[in-house]
Ligand binder design. Structure first.
Ligand code: ADP
Ligand code: MP5
Length: 277
């Protein structure tokens, strides 16, 4: 009898990765997308729900916020039992939930925290109360390791006008670090450029991540997918720069595979196929 050696990737420890976010019943964004991206990138996924969102590929119908004390309860129940190796934070809905998350980060100090500062859905529906933007900027942003704003979110955080060409991205990333962000991935998906262009500013020089722009209407949840993939990869990579590069690569492939899906009549989801595992 021949005994086959275990494939090397199965011998590596699997990181426990947590998403703190809102829901999407159509499975394209929020918690549902995050859990798929975690699995596809070799992590064990866990989730704490901040808001129940009635949404699909055509837009958001209704939002019900989870009471902040119940967000705390979900988080402390989980963190008292399970070691968490990385955290992705997405939709937080309002000031109360932001402060609940801040208190838990202070108490448990989990490693590798990524914040996708979700503010407005692609359909235009607000997912973060107006008055909560300042609380997110002043109280949460300085406590995380990486923030991943798109261009409208970066402009809101900085109180500036939205930029429309890549020339202004390095300056904005610099000013976001001035607000206390340790590292910044400024997403350029809203630019009208031929390439898909993001800017990563870590400890060293800022670097552009340039990939092919995929012709597809399946762009619902691209930001969620990218930040979740980065959180899943960070414990498996030596630094943020390589986790960000591989996360971007994963998103591009998931966008490329999206045309195999037939989900809804609006902005469809990306396809989280298992590439590395
Ligand atoms: N059609 C596309 N082809 C390739 N990459 C894309 C495409 N649309 C968006 N992206 C990438 O998806 C990520 C999220 O994009 P963006 O639209 O800026 O953020 P959000 O989803 O938060 O609004 C970025 O890395 C962006 O470059
Ligand atoms: C729960 C939740 N979180 C985030 C988004 C943003 O995703 P997108 O910008 O692709 O609409 C969303 N629609 N729903």
């Amino acid at each position: 009898m021949t005994v086959r050696a275990a494939r090397p990737e199965f011998a590596r420890p699997v990181p426990n990765v947590l998403t703190i976010a809102g829901t999407d019943p159509s499975g394209g964004a929020g918690i549902q997308a995050d859990l798929k991206a975690f699995s596809a990138n070799g992590a064990y996924g866990m989730s704490v729900v901040t808001a129940l969102v009635a949404q699909t590929t055509t837009g958001v119908a209704e939002v019900r916020e989870v009471p902040p004390e119940f967000v705390t309860s979900q988080l402390t129940t989980l963190l008292d039992d399970v070691r968490v190796d990385a955290v992705k934070i997405g939709m937080l809905a309002g000031t109360g939930v932001i402060r609940a998350v801040v208190a838990v980060l202070d108490r448990y100090a989990p490693p590798h925290v990524v914040l996708d500062p979700v503010m407005v859905a692609k359909s235009g529906h607000r997912l973060l109360a107006d008055e909560a933007v300042a609380v997110l900027r002043d109280e949460l942003l300085p406590r995380v390791d990486l923030i991943t704003p798109n261009l409208p979110e970066a402009a809101d955080l900085l109180g500036e006008r939205e930029i429309t060409d890549s020339g202004g991205m390095a300056g904005q990333a610099e000013r976001l670090t001035g607000l206390g962000a340790k590292q910044v991935l400024l997403k350029g998906g809203h630019l009208r450029e031929a390439a898909s262009l993001d800017l990563f500013r870590g400890d060293g020089e800022a670097e552009f991540l340039r990939r092919e722009r995929i012709e597809t209407t399946n762009d619902h949840g691209t930001g969620c997918t990218l930040s979740a993939a980065i959180a899943a990869l960070r414990p498996q990579r030596p630094d943020w720069s390589s986790a960000v590069r591989d996360g971007k690569e994963y998103l591009t492939e998931a966008l490329r595979a999206a045309d195999r899906l037939d989900v809804g009549r609006g902005h469809g989801p990306v396809h989280h196929f298992h590439r590395w595992w």
